[in-house]
Design a protein around this ligand. Structure first.
Ligand code: URA
Length: 235
């Protein structure tokens, strides 16, 4: 990778700013380099900027507890996005959200720049289970469990894939449940709840496949995945 690109990918500096500091000279393996097109070996070269070695990470994986009023996109003309709320040092990796959560949905959001893993997690063919906690106005009856398992028909006549409904509490006015689905149609949980005669008042994603939301993360907080979490996701 060119030196100017290497510096702009591993620091908060822009490509132009990287070129400027390269003009003054950068220590690479203890030799002063002044050429922006110097080819850096990302793994073995020791590139020192401000006394520190720059570390190149090809892919990064972040787990966020998405708050409400933030959209799951990389850019938005009106709303704050999940990428906007990252610290600059993490934003430089050009991560994007894996799948979508509605603006008013909270919970687990995975951000990465690894397109292959993202595809594997959101492709409906891969049947990766996403578990949600949902609160609704209205009653969730026991018989809905079987209906949801058999394939609920939602608006537009679409028959959902088999899903798991686990009712935690139910009354005529309000109910609470876990629901696990393996697809991600637009507003899917809300539409499923509507088809069951209820209205979602609160929705939170708890897991994506083996990846479980770290409950120590407050709304809007995030952290890097552990090696174990990543290994399990890639299985
Ligand atoms: N289903 C929804 O309706 N909304 C979400 O944000 C996620 C799943």
């Amino acid at each position: 990778m060119r030196l100017d690109k290497f510096i702009s990918t591993t620091t908060t500096l822009s490509r132009a700013e990287a070129k400027k500091i390269i003009k003054k000279g950068i220590l690479i393996n203890n030799i002063l380099v002044k050429s922006p097109d110097y080819k850096v070996d990302e793994i073995s070269d020791q590139v020192i900027v401000n006394g520190e070695r720059l570390v190149y990470q090809k892919y990064v994986y972040l787990m966020m507890n998405k708050p409400q009023n933030v959209v799951s996109a990389t850019e938005d003309a009106i709303d704050k996005t999940v990428v906007d709320i990252l610290e600059e040092k993490d934003r430089i990796h050009k991560v994007f959200p894996v799948g979508r959560l509605d603006k008013d949905t909270e919970g687990l959001m995975l951000l990465t720049n690894d397109g292959e893993l993202a595809h594997k997690l959101i492709s409906p063919k891969k049947d990766v289970e996403k578990k949600y906690y949902v609160e609704v106005n209205g009653e969730l009856k026991k018989e809905y469990i079987e209906i949801v398992k058999a394939g609920l028909i939602i608006d537009g006549g679409y028959e959902c894939k088999s899903a798991n409904l686990d009712i935690l509490e139910s009354s005529v006015e309000k109910s609470r449940a876990f629901i696990s689905i393996t697809e991600g149609k637009f507003h899917q949980v809300k539409r499923m709840m509507k088809a069951l005669g209820t209205t979602v008042t609160y929705l939170k994603r708890l897991s994506i496949g083996t990846l479980i939301l770290d409950e120590n993360l407050k709304l809007g907080e995030y952290r890097y995945l552990t090696e174990e979490e990543l290994k399990n996701l890639n299985k």
